[in-house]
Design a binder for this molecule. Structure first.
Ligand code: ACO
Length: 429
């Protein structure tokens, strides 16, 4: 392999393939012409060695535990800025000036209400529906309400759709929650910031005044920042693949939301909290560690392990700090779940199995405890993740649509089914 090209020998024939280099991170071998040159495809189920696109948005170094958005470390964004600042950065590529930030906040805030008919649309769902089921349906339904921002060839419409999605996700997520508990929907209040507004839409009732707790609002805002984007994960790749066919942005984000729901992805925070509750007390931990290590037992420590991070997830560190801040603010001195989590983390981090496989706590390990303490039911956890990830999805979708070399995504396969055979009429089978 040379500096700029690599060679592959197939059936005695050598083909040259260009090596493309990014600004940081591993280079890639450009195999786009491989089929034309050799008649062969590459095989990489789970895409562990495959870069599906070029992107300028997010960089992860999984071995070092580094996460950068547009070059800025996640720790600095979470410490110094707010969620809408990170949204601006992801969408536009630069941190906003004070005037740009004020204008962006204003525009997002003015898009928070949803079409009144959406409220009636909600009535069609079963009362006990999972909020993620309601979200997938209602985000998809936005394409039926906002026709004036579905023309993806128009940059202005693309931006309006982006603003609408970022602004309306909290409203839809809060409505999904209110619907399942049988309380009236709470309309957004434009004098509040993005996250305080969301807390109010979730927890206020018309019968009494609701005061937003600024510590909880800041903590949740930070949780949103931590979840805002994570390069080409399963749900983002789903959004890109859906968008590559020219589908409208609301349909694409609904597809991403559906993918996020799975327990190996965004559903892990719900699964991690359920696991901590199932473990119940510190004495039971060794039994569960043994189950996680047993090859014949499908049990996995939820909130542990990551496809990309083979080191401590940088978001998990910030999340752990946020958990303590929230429990402190709420006066929760002894949370048995937190005790289980801390001890489980300690044992797992010193266990040979987890060390050897480089399994570290991921962001979902602590987020469940925090969200539960704030009053969110477990079924809402993934909905909150979807709310925060919407900006990442939309930024990646926009980047793809605006790339002149963009084509429909169409993976190939290794066919292992029957070869050609003659059809037998039903009477002779
Ligand atoms: N507990 C116990 N063993 C584990 C765990 C775990 N949580 N995660 C991975 N392993 C083991 C596997 O059994 C496998 O062992 P083997 O090599 O002996 O077969 C090895 O570690 C590698 O695991 P893979 O599943 O091949 O790793 P992959 O990169 O495909 O999966 C994933 C990553 C899905 C995150 C996995 O670690 C997992 O299921 N974790 C629990 C769910 C979770 O927390 N998901 C959240 C992801 S972060 C996010 O979406 C925000």
């Amino acid at each position: 392999m040379s500096g700029t090209t690599s060679q592959l020998s197939v059936d005695g024939k050598t083909v040259d393939m260009a090596i493309k280099t990014g600004s940081i991170g591993p280079s890639v071998i450009d195999i786009a012409k491989l089929y034309a040159q050799t008649g062969m495809f590459t095989y990489d189920p789970g895409f562990t060695s495959t870069a599906s696109c070029e992107s300028e948005i997010t960089y992860i170094d999984g071995d070092e535990g580094v996460l950068l958005h547009r070059g800025y470390p996640i720790e600095q964004l979470a410490e110094h800025g707010d969620f809408l600042e990170t949204c601006y950065l992801l969408l536009y590529g630069e941190l906003p000036t004070a005037a740009q930030k004020a204008d962006f906040d204003y525009r997002v805030t003015r898009h928070t209400m949803v079409h009144e008919q959406m409220a009636r649309f909600f009535q069609g769902f079963r009362r006990d529906a999972h909020p993620m089921a309601v979200l997938v349906g209602s985000i998809g339904a936005m394409s039926a309400f906002y026709h004036d921002s579905t023309d993806i060839s128009d940059p202005q419409q693309r931006m309006i759709a982006s603003m609408r999605l970022i602004a309306k996700m909290p409203t839809l997520a809060a409505m999904a929650y209110k619907y399942t508990i049988g309380q009236p929907f709470v309309y957004p209040l434009n004098s509040l910031d993005y996250t305080s507004n969301f807390l109010r839409m979730c927890f206020a009732v018309p019968a009494e005044e609701y005061k937003v707790n600024p510590v909880l609002s800041r903590a949740l805002d930070r949780i949103f920042i931590l979840h805002a984007d994570h390069e080409q994960n399963a749900s983002t790749s789903t959004v890109r693949l859906a968008g590559s066919s020219g589908a409208n942005p609301f349909a694409c984000i609904a597809a991403g939301t559906a993918c996020l729901w799975g327990p190996a992805h965004g559903g892990a925070n719900e699964a991690a909290l359920r696991m901590l509750m199932e473990i119940g007390s510190v004495e039971n931990i060794p039994k569960y560690i043994a189950k996680a290590k047993d090859k014949n037992d499908p049990f996995r420590l939820m909130g542990f392990g990551h496809r990309v991070y083979k080191n401590y997830d940088p978001r998990a560190k910030i999340m752990q700090k946020t958990t303590h801040e929230v429990l402190n603010e709420l006066g929760i001195k002894d949370d048995p779940l937190l005790d289980v989590a801390i001890e489980l983390e300690r044992i797992a981090l010193s266990d040979e199995y987890f060390i050897e496989k480089k399994l570290y706590p991921n962001i979902d390990f602590y987020s469940g405890i925090t969200l539960k303490a704030m009053g969110f039911p477990t079924t809402m956890f993934t909905a909150l993740f979807a709310l925060a990830r919407t900006v990442g999805w939309i930024a990646q979708w926009k980047e793809m649509i605006e790339d002149p070399s963009q084509r429909i995504g169409r993976p190939r396969q290794l066919y292992t089914g029957p070869t050609l055979r003659e059809y037998t009429p039903i009477g002779r089978r």
